[in-house]
Design a protein around this ligand. Structure first.
Ligand SMILES: C=C(O[C@@H]1C=C(C(=O)O)C=C[C@H]1O)C(=O)O
Length: 453
């Protein structure tokens, strides 16, 4: 049987994933892109960048300019981006679109980001029916035709659009179990983190782990993107070629750090999670438990408090900032999350990059207080996060842009994939609970890569 093998399996029991599955499903449901659609083409060339939000897809490639700054901090990056985009705008040919900056920022934002003005860019609607933020909030109480009765249609950008309503989890049982993948190192790290938190070292820390899998041959990233989009119509689906020979950063993030359009900001932080269930009653009960879970509400409040504090400095009046007091439920294919839709009217002249660097990393992916949480991550995680829990997005010369958190993702290099998943740890967390949560988080990409057998 052809399939993936887990490479870093401490128990020696390989997990095999059927990679052909994604391609077969894609053909069977008729969701492949129409012939001749840009995305049908083999690789676009160098510096490929694809980011599809729930309603718009951005495809870019080639490098016109690369952003390089002496220090990677908000004011420096925002000012340099403005200059670079102004230069690129004045040098463009008549009829060319206004230049934008695209790329990815690492978890440790003091390290170099990968930000370029692409040579070519195009925007395309992703497909009707799953557009705005409100669509992605708790959909479990709507009439659900189920995944099999949705009618996926090819979208203009060549990525298949999923059906308008999706509430049942795609494959809750299989990947959750991840047979043979008991990450003892991660469990121990969570245990140590909990005792440090009990000692008052910090109040919350987000700890992550990796999963290395290998396919028999080079991965068809287009099929993987299509599968991620089908299962996660409300996600930010990305596929970004990293510099050097680092591979492609591929994933389907449910979390918007920030979008800015004409001075109006939106953010949709998520923190507090519970696995979905195939049984609708159990699924609903899990969601209700999450909504009232003291531990998860605490985890979530660290995030909204931190975002409120930062955004306060970017608005003219308190009334220009709206942070709802209680979170609501957000459904993804495999998880329930607590989410808070935040909005603000920014002071004139504030660019999306100013706010991105000021907010990142939020306690949703780092912890609280930030410095102590960073130290714990440095001492307890045995790998470099790189761009995982960083950001992926774009910015324009007017200060508009959209940046999602790099989650539910992996780095693809030919046939090899390193997946990442993390979970917030607070007093009251258990190694078993966080291990299970991260296993479910791997499922977003694992399910797209194939099916666990
Ligand atoms: C760190 C991840 O997810 C983050 C942590 C969450 C949590 O702890 O509940 C929820 C959403 C994300 O902000 C991940 O998916 O790897």
């Amino acid at each position: 049987m052809t399939g993936f093998t887990v490479l870093d399996d401490p128990t020696g029991t390989a997990v095999v994933l059927d990679t052909a599955h994604a391609r077969r499903r894609s053909r069977a449901t008729g969701t492949t892109a129409p012939a001749g659609a840009p995305d049908d083409d083999a690789p676009l060339g160098h510096a490929e960048f694809r980011l599809a939000s729930p309603d718009v897809g951005l495809v870019a490639h080639g490098v016109r300019e690369r952003l390089d700054v002496p220090s990677w901090d908000g004011p420096t990056v925002a000012a340099a981006a403005r200059d670079l985009l102004a230069r690129a705008a004045s040098a463009r040919w008549a009829g060319e679109p206004a230049p934008i900056l695209v790329g990815t920022i690492p978890f440790d934002s003091s390290r170099p980001a990968h930000l370029v003005v692409p040579a070519h860019q195009s925007w395309r609607p992703v497909g009707a029916g799953h557009g705005d933020q409100s669509d992605r909030r708790d959909q479990s109480h709507q009439d659900d035709p189920g995944p099999s009765s949705t009618v996926p249609a090819p979208a203009a950008d060549g990525e298949p659009a999923a059906g308008p309503v999706r509430s049942a989890p795609t494959d809750p049982a299989g990947p959750t179990a991840l047979p043979g993948r008991d990450d003892v190192v991660f469990r121990a790290a969570v245990g140590r983190a909990v005792s440090q938190l009990e000692d008052g070292v910090a109040e919350k820390v987000v700890l992550a782990r990796t999963l290395d899998v290998s396919a028999p041959g080079p991965l068809d990233r287009r099929a993987v993107r299509a599968a991620m989009r089908r299962a996660n119509p409300d996600a930010y689906v990305f596929d970004v070629e990293l510099p050097g020979d680092q591979g492609h950063l591929v994933g389907a993030s449910p979390e918007l750090l920030v979008s800015v359009r004409d001075g109006v900001l939106h953010s949709h932080p998520l923190a507090g999670s519970a696995p979905r269930s195939a049984d609708p009653e159990e699924d609903r009960a899990t969601a209700q438990r999450l909504l009232t879970s003291e531990k998860d509400l605490r985890e979530h409040a660290f995030v909204t408090d931190a975002i409120r504090e930062v955004l306060r400095t970017y608005v003219a009046h308190e009334d220009d900032l709206d942070v709802p007091a209680t979170p609501e439920l957000v459904a993804t294919s495999h998880l329930w999350h607590l989410g808070t839709p935040i909005s603000a009217r920014l002071k004139p002249g504030v660019s999306v990059l100013d706010v991105v660097y000021a907010l990142h990393p939020t306690p949703a992916v780092c912890g609280h207080p930030q410095a102590a949480a960073r130290e714990l991550i440095g001492s307890l995680e045995p790998f470099d996060r790189g761009f995982y829990t960083g950001l992926v997005g774009w910015a324009d010369q007017a200060g508009n842009g959209e940046w999602a958190i790099v989650l539910r993702c992996g780095v693809v290099r030919g046939a090899d994939v390193r997946l990442f998943a993390g979970a917030g740890v607070v007093v009251g967390s258990t190694p078993e609970g966080e291990h299970a949560e991260t296993a479910v988080k791997f499922s977003t990409l694992l399910s797209a890569l194939g099916s666990v057998s």
